[in-house]
Design a protein. Structure first.
Length: 262
């Protein structure tokens, strides 16, 4: 890649990252707090899932996605630093959280949206309980099992199978389902997520496929000495898919928040 090609690539990457500006304003604690309009799909969803409001979970996920994209832009555009591996961890967090928002909001069937919100809550409860046990801390006012039973009861009231409402959930499932809603399907989003996760774990296969390589002579037979450098082309596509999923999440949030005209 020539210097001019690299400059153009970064300019395009920054164009995508600059899409976060209106999202940052929406997240500003000093700004007006947006709530779903009365008689909107989300306002009804919130009543169905109370106290585990669907809009709150989606907003929370989107705010995490935007915050990580903002950090990534700050490092790349403002600080002019291109790390080899760290940007992929930021992009992964953005993609995961944006996918969670899309996963929660995308189904047209309200019962499925309720089910997904309850499964997401169960995932959070179980994660918090694991940390409590690790620390040997006392149980809170309500035990984890009592809170899980509360989710089952909400499911029963809403005509949702209580077993499926607390069924095990993984981010792999979330990213795959969210990717299915996007133009071109799940493959580029799942691939990006897996690649970023592998980089975060330090997996060799991801390093070899993500970074630019230059073989250095003098390695013993059967081995290779490689000079590894950051590859802006790979990072560009990672940023593109993370921003695209975040934009889809905000669109869904706004669509579900508008009052239904009758």
């Amino acid at each position: 890649m020539t210097e001019e090609e690299e400059r153009q690539l970064f300019a395009e990457m920054f164009r995508h990252l600059d899409r976060i500006e209106p999202w940052l304003k929406r997240m500003d604690p000093a700004g007006p707090h947006e709530r779903p309009q009365e008689r909107s799909t989300l306002s009804r969803d919130n009543k169905e899932t109370h106290p585990y409001q669907l809009s709150q979970a989606a907003w929370h996920a989107l705010s995490h996605a935007v915050d990580h994209l903002h950090c990534l832009r700050t490092v790349l555009k403002d600080a002019h630093v291109m790390h080899m591996y760290a940007p992929y961890s930021l992009a992964r967090a953005a993609l995961e959280n944006a996918s969670a928002a899309v996963w929660l909001l995308a189904p047209d069937d309200r019962a499925e949206r309720v089910r997904r919100r309850l499964r997401f809550a169960a995932l959070d409860i179980k994660g918090g309980e694991a940390v409590r046990e690790l620390l040997g801390a006392p149980e809170g006012r309500k035990s984890a099992e009592a809170r899980i039973e509360q989710l089952r009861e909400i499911a029963r009231r809403r005509g949702v199978d209580p077993k499926t409402a607390v069924r095990r959930l993984t981010y792999g499932e979330i990213v795959e389902a969210a990717g299915d809603t996007m133009p071109g399907g799940r493959v580029p989003f799942v691939l990006t997520w897996k690649m970023c996760s592998a980089i975060a774990h330090g997996d060799f296969w991801a390093t070899i496929n993500v970074a630019s390589q230059e073989e250095i002579p003098g390695a013993p037979s059967g081995l290779a000495h490689l000079k590894i450098t950051a590859d802006p082309k790979t990072l560009f596509f990672t940023v593109f898919f993370a921003v695209s999923m975040t934009a889809a999440g905000w669109r869904l949030y706004d669509d579900r928040s508008r009052r239904i005209r009758t």
